[in-house]
Design a protein around this ligand. Structure first.
Ligand code: ZN
Length: 240
């Protein structure tokens, strides 16, 4: 029986929903984030604000929330040219992948998270990867996660479970999941404090939160929120 988890937590909508889900299942939950020279430190700032708000607004979860870890991954900037870390525009590459793609980034995240979980004696790694919205990222696919789970368990001689609560649901269903877990209080916390916008815009307040409203991340978030708010049926969970 698993009782402890490490949530890969970026301060965005998805990982905040994953964190809430972890509280509903596990007794002790720790968080890990990665600083890889993101163009905007707002994302790193959002992590701390969300954790603070959860501590103050959700006493039923706060006692389960343990240490937060931030790992320096500046090395990613040395191996990739991407619009997430450099001042270049977003576009689709000839490979069919968006230029926000850092090859294998999630593999690195999971490996480091597993090493940390090993040291902290945490059993489950929780990540908000999803095949439904961004089929472009091969390191977010279910098969990749299963292969990583096996590789990490063998390579560290410890049985890790990689949990992906958002794998088969879309962004509208992610809002619904947040509501089911933490009610409107959690939905409002996510709107107000989580960060999604690729451009780091915290000045324009939209119905679904802060953001430019134009970049691919904002577009995805606003479409999902619109469907959720309109009570439209969301994509039924898809399985492999
Ligand atoms: Zn944006």
């Amino acid at each position: 029986m698993h009782t402890t988890a490490l949530v890969l937590f970026s301060g965005g909508q998805d990982s905040t929903t994953c964190l809430a889900q972890a509280f509903s299942k596990y007794e002790r939950v720790e968080t890990v984030g990665f600083d890889y020279g993101q163009r905007h430190s707002v994302e790193l700032q959002a992590r701390l604000v969300v954790l603070r708000e959860i501590r103050s607004q959700f006493p039923q979860w706060a006692h389960k929330l343990g240490q937060d870890h931030l790992l320096d991954l500046a090395v990613l900037g040395q191996v990739s040219e991407t619009s997430l870390t450099r001042d270049t525009a977003f576009k689709m590459e000839s490979s069919g992948l968006p230029n926000t793609f850092v090859p294998g980034r999630n593999l690195l995240f999971l490996t480091l998270a597993a090493a940390l979980a090993y040291r902290r004696d945490l059993q489950v790694l929780v990540t908000g990867v999803c095949e439904t919205d961004f089929s472009g990222y091969p390191d977010c696919r279910d098969d990749t996660m299963k292969a990583m789970q096996l590789a990490l368990s063998l390579g560290m001689d410890k049985r890790f479970l990689i949990e992906t609560p958002l794998m088969w649901i879309d962004k509208a269903a992610t809002w619904s999941l947040a509501e089911a877990l933490g009610g409107q209080a959690l939905v409002q916390l996510i709107i107000e404090h989580t960060h999604t916008c690729y451009l780091g815009d915290r000045t324009h307040r939209q119905a679904w939160g802060y953001g430019c409203g134009q970049c691919p991340a904002c577009e995805l978030r606003l479409r999902g929120y619109a469907a959720y708010a309109a009570g439209l049926p969301t994509t039924p969970p898809r399985s492999p």
